[in-house]
Design a protein around this ligand. Structure first.
Ligand SMILES: Nc1nc2c(c(=O)[nH]1)N[C@H]1C(S)=C(S)[C@@H](COP(=O)(O)O)O[C@H]1N2
Ligand SMILES: [Mo]
Length: 549
């Protein structure tokens, strides 16, 4: 039977010209109704539900087997890793620590949009929809295989995801097609029941996807009980160096400063990991290799059998703007890293200790800093008397007093290669940040808060200052551009930690602005020159405006 042109139409071919085309279709057999077409809305919904089912199935299998194999989160990780650095900086600036939920939500919107378009392209034949579902599935599989922790079993979740996506698409597509109107035909009772079946099936897929995805995410959230036994073992271990007692006079919380030690739950968190690695202490090991006399692999038991030290350290992020809150203090427990490096024997010429994390992150730390006597670099296993929280590097991280986190504080550390700076670049160095980044002398005003309205009378100005590992010798405050006035300093705990300060002023009703500047123990005064965080840390004097009634 010859094919005949059914529809003659014209399409725009640019600049107002049109061109007639004929769309040739399979011929209708005499008397048979025209081919059914799924309404646009339903077609889009079929696409979205199929992809939702695929994502949920991947999430569920990953949650059951291996959280690192979730295709959805692996794609998110890949986006973070492949994003140009201006985009990452923009996201950090715009969303702060909410950047991860924002990324995942943005991905959901993009994927749902794609799925809807795929559905609409499949109003008659499921082919285009299947192609899109397969393409997304292959993307998920590829992203999982690129995860640094990839093992072959991890292919199961993305594979199940792909298969479920295609199956649900074909199934719902079939139901939708069966329920679709046949042009020129009256609605029959069978059509009504077909429509009811479609609605029920679509609702079931929606509910099952939501529930499966939620359960999978919950299962994969990381095991809290990994930490309990480790906390107990740290408590029972032999301490050869105790942290100094923290006197009440080390902070002025009543005046508005933070508490001296930051509770673990409030400690600032910065990393590129969408999923917190959940690595059991028994499964952890650290390989120290490269330019060393004797390569060495340490287990968690090896660490615990060494003398443990306890040190209060203030960690600071290079991205912290003047006045920002990416700074916190904890007492870290762990092993001395200098001792360990002396044992393995660092070869002459090795100027970079290149640490790698199980999450795929990496950075380089100057060897001379790690080997500096008294610097106190450590492999930390405990934080404020507990095992490290998962999001702060459980079971083992690096802590190096005096260096910004991005060049020193590798969390979930599993490799330490002694090499040269010429040979390798760290993650943030590759993205325009500095190679060596000692912490700059800074101060912050915590009280009054910006734009506060205070009652008339005496005003207490209070804040923090830091200059690890040197320590703070002086903080001065200037009200309304007046002379610098010495602030009262809190009791010093260590040069590796922040120091609180406060000062009192009589201020008249009206608007005011107050500034602070710190002086380090070596006499270096916090510079007034304003610099952005990129590439090696912000500078400038904090300035807070407030008013008095
Ligand atoms: N594995 C890993 N470790 C990391 C990072 C990271 O992205 N991945 N970020 C670093 C940065 S930039 C900082 S400031 C500190 C922050 O440590 P915290 O989250 O415990 O405060 O961790 C460092 N260690
Ligand atoms: Mo950082």
């Amino acid at each position: 039977m010859p094919r005949r042109p059914r529809i003659v139409t014209s399409v725009a071919v640019g600049r107002g010209q049109t061109c007639p085309v004929s769309i040739t279709e399979a011929p209708d057999r005499a008397g048979e109704p025209a081919a059914p077409t799924i309404p646009r809305g339903w077609a889009a919904l079929v696409g979205v539900l199929a992809v939702a089912a695929a994502v949920a199935a991947g999430q569920l299998v990953a949650g059951l087997l291996s959280p690192a194999s979730s295709p959805y989160l692996a794609v998110g990780d890949a986006v973070v890793r492949l994003s140009p650095h201006w985009l990452v900086e923009f996201a950090k600036a715009a969303f702060g620590t909410a950047d991860k939920p924002v990324l995942l939500a943005g991905m959901a919107v993009v994927i749902a949009g794609l799925a809807a378009l795929a559905g609409i392209a499949s109003r008659r034949h499921p082919g285009p929809g299947i192609a899109v579902v397969v393409a997304l599935g292959v993307l998920g599989l590829g992203a999982v295989m690129f995860e640094p922790s990839f093992s072959p079993l991890d292919m199961l979740a993305p594979t199940v995801s792909l298969v479920v996506g295609v199956a649900v698409l074909r199934w719902l597509h079939g139901l939708a097609l069966a329920a679709a109107d046949r042009p020129g035909e009256a609605v029959r009772p069978a059509d009504v029941s077909r429509r009811a079946l479609l609605v029920r099936s679509a609702a079931a897929v929606g509910v099952a996807s939501f529930a499966g995805g939620a359960v999978g995410s919950w299962l994969g959230r990381g095991a809290g009980d990994l930490r309990g036994p480790v906390t107990a073992r740290i408590a029972a271990a032999r301490l050869t160096e105790r942290a100094p007692a923290i006197p009440a006079s080390a902070a002025f919380p009543e005046a508005g400063t933070p508490t001296f030690l930051t509770p673990n739950a409030d400690f600032y968190r910065i990393d590129t990991a969408l999923r917190v690695p959940a690595l059991a202490a028994e499964d952890w090991s650290l390989r120290i290799h490269g330019m060393v006399d004797a390569e060495r692999t340490l287990t968690f038991d090896d660490l615990l059998s060494r003398p443990l030290v306890e040190r209060p350290v203030t960690l600071t992020c290079v991205s912290n703007p003047v006045g920002g809150d990416l700074i916190s203090t904890a007492t870290f427990t762990g092993v001395d890293l200098r001792d360990l490096l002396l044992e393995v024997g660092v070869r002459p010429g090795a100027d970079q200790a290149f640490s790698t994390s199980v999450d795929g992150w990496y950075t380089g730390t100057p060897v001379d800093v790690l080997l500096e006597p008294g610097r106190g670099a450590m492999l930390a296993i405990g934080m404020n008397g507990e095992a490290l929280p998962l999001e702060h590097g459980f079971p083992v991280r690096m802590v190096v007093p005096g260096l910004y986190g991005f060049v020193s504080a590798t969390k979930w550390v599993t490799g330490l290669e002694l090499t040269t700076f010429a040979a390798k670049d760290g993650f943030w160095l590759q993205r325009g940040w500095a190679q060596r980044a000692p912490i700059k002398t800074q101060s912050r005003i915590d009280s009054p808060r910006g734009f506060a309205e205070l009652p008339a009378g005496r005003v207490t100005v209070a804040g923090i200052a830091w200059s690890q590992p040197t320590g703070i010798a002086r903080v001065e405050v200037s009200m309304d551009g007046g002379p610098w006035q010495d602030a009262e300093l809190a009791t010093e705990v260590s040069g590796d930690t922040w120091r609180m300060w406060r000062a009192e002023f009589d201020v008249a009703p009206g608007g005011h602005s107050v500034r602070s500047r710190a002086t380090a123990a070596d006499g270096v005064v916090q510079t007034a020159t304003e610099a952005d965080p990129v590439p090696d840390g912000a500078t400038g004097w904090p300035d807070v405006a407030f008013s008095v009634r």
